[in-house]
Each structure stands twice: as structure tokens, then as C-alpha cells.
Design a protein around this ligand. Structure first.
Ligand SMILES: Nc1ncnc2c1ncn2[C@@H]1O[C@H](COP(=O)(O)OP(=O)(O)O)[C@@H](O)[C@H]1O
Ligand SMILES: [Mg+2]
Length: 286
């Protein structure tokens, strides 16, 4: 088992009622109606648990239902069968204490960097001055001091990700849901952002569900890696990642023998699913 007592949880919102941050996905099945009127099963009997404060990565071939799973954890969609509970309560809408990060930035183009980051606390009723101070603090933590008055289009892709990260973390979420958040970045920027995400996560320790198709990224970041089968998605295997924390630079951890060993084991499991998914789409277009 991966240990999660090796990093102290900072005092604050993340520390209150830690069990409220447990995510349990149980027998989750999702069917969609296709435009032709047929039933398409996207997910079939998916079960796994994310313990409070755990960093859980989910990998699987394109189209296996990773984003669909997240939409039910976040309360944006309902299961056809099975359930998702957060802190023992069934999810029935977008819950408090949950923050999101997606591949495309959810920044408002007409608001400044500061304006984007302070939206969360303002919506929660935090007085404006306090929200501003907190937003400045989070922008400092993500290395964007001096960029408060810029607009999103004046930033690089990596900088926009930093803003999105500050906007997600300023709410000190119990649960952080990330769907390929760094998928559109170049390899070097992605590694830098992953390292920074780990550092910030270690400070507030939300439970994380992190979707990625990048196995190296999953192993470098996570306590646990869930491998999904090709469509209809189900859980093929779960791996505990026993690399010590704090992990430090994501670029360097990749050279450790234990990293290579885990990466290899997981790839052996994943390869078959990727090949199956590829064969299906290739067959479909032939
Ligand atoms: N709203 C929807 N209606 C019909 N089919 C959908 C819908 N959302 C997703 N799907 C299908 O479900 C499958 C899984 O999609 P998705 O969860 O986006 O996969 P992943 O994120 O793993 O790439 C895909 O075949 C996709 O086309
Ligand atoms: Mg997806």
C-alpha cells in the first residue's frame, strides 16, 4: 500500500472532516442513446475508491470512458446504474468543496488574471478585500506575481495553466478533479507544471482524480493508478505507486529504477487495451 502519512496535512479547510473527501465509485455503469437510437454502453461496472488525501490517476485508451466517469463524480451527469459517493453521500449535483481543471482552460477572457482567481472566493461570499489578498497569495504560489493585471490572451499556455491551478486551489477543495489538465502543453512545460502541481497538492492535500493518457505522468504524480479497459470501460487493474514523497522534480523521478519498474508493469497491462481500442477505430475507418 502506498503510505499517505509521510506528508503532513497543513491546518485549514483540507483538514476538516477528512472522511468527507473519500470518493467511492461502485458498480458504475453508463449508457448513452446514439443518434441512431441504439444503446451504447460507455462504462460497465466501474468500481474504485479514492481515499481522503490520495492522488489517484486513471489511465486508459481514448474513448474508454474516463471523462464520462469524471462527469458522474463531479455531479454533471447521472449514472445509469451504480453509484458515486463523496464522504458517504451520493453525488446528486455539483458539490461544495470540489474543484475542476480540464484540458481547455476555463478562464474568462474579459477578466484579468486576478479577477479570474478571485471569482471562487467571491462566489462563496468572502469579502472582496480578503478575496483579493487570497488571490494575490495564490498567484504568488504559482509564480505569477506581477501578472495580476494581464488578461488570459496575454499569457503563454503554461501561464494560463498556472492561473487555472490558482483558481482551482484557492477554494482549498476537498476533492480536485482533473481531466488531462496538461494534455495540450509541450513536454517540458508539462513536466514543470506537474512538479508544481505536486508541490501545491502536498500543501493542501485534496483527494485527486487525475485523468491522463500519459502513463509517465500518472506514475510520477499518483499514489495509485487505475487502469481502465478499452470501451466499454471497466477497471482492469489498480497499482499502488510506492515512490516516496515528496517526489521532487517529475523530470528526474523518471530515471529511478522503481519508477521504470512500475511504468513497465503498468504498460504491460495497458498495452493490450490500447491496441484493442486502436484496432477498433482503425477497423471502423478502413
Ligand atoms: N453524451 C454522450 N452521448 C453519447 N455518447 C457519449 C457521450 N459522452 C461520451 N460518449 C461516448 O462514450 C465513450 C467514452 O467517452 P469519454 O468518456 O469521453 O472517453 P475518454 O475520456 O476515455 O476518452 C466514447 O465512445 C464517447 O463517444
Ligand atoms: Mg476524455
Amino acid at each position: 500500500m502506498a503510505s499517505r502519512n509521510d506528508v503532513a496535512v497543513s491546518p485549514g479547510a483540507g483538514n476538516v472532516g477528512r472522511d468527507s473527501a473519500r470518493v467511492e465509485i461502485s458498480g458504475l455503469t453508463k449508457r448513452f442513446l446514439t443518434p441512431a437510437g441504439e444503446v451504447f454502453t460507455a462504462l460497465e461496472d466501474v468500481s474504485f475508491t479514492v481515499e481522503p488525501g490520495q492522488f489517484c490517476a486513471v489511465v486508459g485508451p481514448t474513448g474508454c470512458g474516463k471523462s464520462t466517469t469524471l462527469s458522474m463524480v463531479s455531479g454533471l451527469d447521472r449514472p445509469s446504474e451504480g453509484s458515486v459517493t463523496v464522504g458517504g453521500r451520493e453525488v446528486d449535483g455539483v458539490a461544495d468543496g470540489v474543484s475542476f481543471m480540464f484540458q481547455t482552460d476555463a478562464l474568462l477572457p474579459w477578466k484579468t488574471v486576478l479577477g479570474n482567481v478571485l471569482m471562487g472566493p467571491v462566489f462563496r461570499g468572502v469579502p472582496k478585500q480578503q478575496a483579493q489578498a487570497s488571490a494575490r497569495d495564490w498567484l504568488r504560489r504559482v509564480g505569477l506575481t506581477g501578472f495580476e493585471d494581464r488578461y488570459p490572451h496575454q499569457l503563454s499556455g503554461g501561464m494560463r495553466k498556472r492561473v487555472a491551478m490558482a483558481a482551482a486551489l484557492i477554494n482549498e477543495p476537498k476533492i480536485l478533479i482533473m481531466d488531462e489538465p496538461f494534455g495540450a502543453l509541450d513536454v517540458q512545460t508539462k513536466a514543470i507544471m506537474s512538479t508544481e502541481l505536486l508541490g501545491l497538492w502536498e500543501q493542501i492535500r485534496p483527494s485527486v482524480i487525475f485523468i491522463t493518457h500519459d502513463l509517465d505522468e500518472a506514475v510520477a504524480l499518483a499514489d495509485r493508478v487505475v487502469v481502465m479497459t478499452s470501451s466499454p470501460g471497466s477497471v482492469k487493474a489498480v497499482f499502488d505507486i510506492d515512490l516516496p514523497r515528496p517526489r521532487g522534480a517529475v523530470q528526474e523521478i523518471r530515471f529511478q529504477p522503481r519508477f521504470i519498474d512500475l511504468q513497465h508493469q503498468i504498460w504491460e497491462t495497458l498495452r493490450e487495451e490500447v491496441e484493442r481500442a486502436y484496432a477498433r477505430t482503425a477497423g471502423g475507418t478502413a
